[in-house]
Design a protein around this ligand. Structure first.
Ligand SMILES: [Zn+2]
Length: 97
């Protein structure tokens, strides 16, 4: 007798501050990856489907995201600032002779 089925796994990839499309609040959103795996004798073998979603922690609204969007959001969360850095440039003093 062969026992097989599927099992869902939920991974939290990142937490980002985004403006929610549902409630309009700039609140923390969790970026989640849901993987459904094929199991044989309760041993997960290979993923059948993978989907991504962001969920607003303020109102709980979930929005589906594509793989590309998820990767972009994850990079954003990991990298912090993506724009140019406005900092103090080290002052170079020319030598006076
Ligand atoms: Zn919301």
């Amino acid at each position: 007798m062969i026992i097989f089925g599927t099992r869902g796994y939920l991974y939290q990839l990142a937490i980002l501050t985004l403006v929610c499309g549902h409630c309009g609040n700039p609140s923390a959103h969790t970026l989640r990856k849901r993987v459904t795996k094929f199991t044989l004798f309760f041993v997960p073998l290979f993923p059948v489907s993978t989907s991504y979603a962001t969920q607003c922690t303020f109102c709980g609204a979930e929005q589906r995201a594509t793989k590309e969007q998820a990767e972009q959001l994850q990079a954003q969360a990991a990298g912090g600032h993506t724009g140019p850095m406005y900092g103090q440039q080290p002052q170079q003093q020319p030598y006076q002779s």
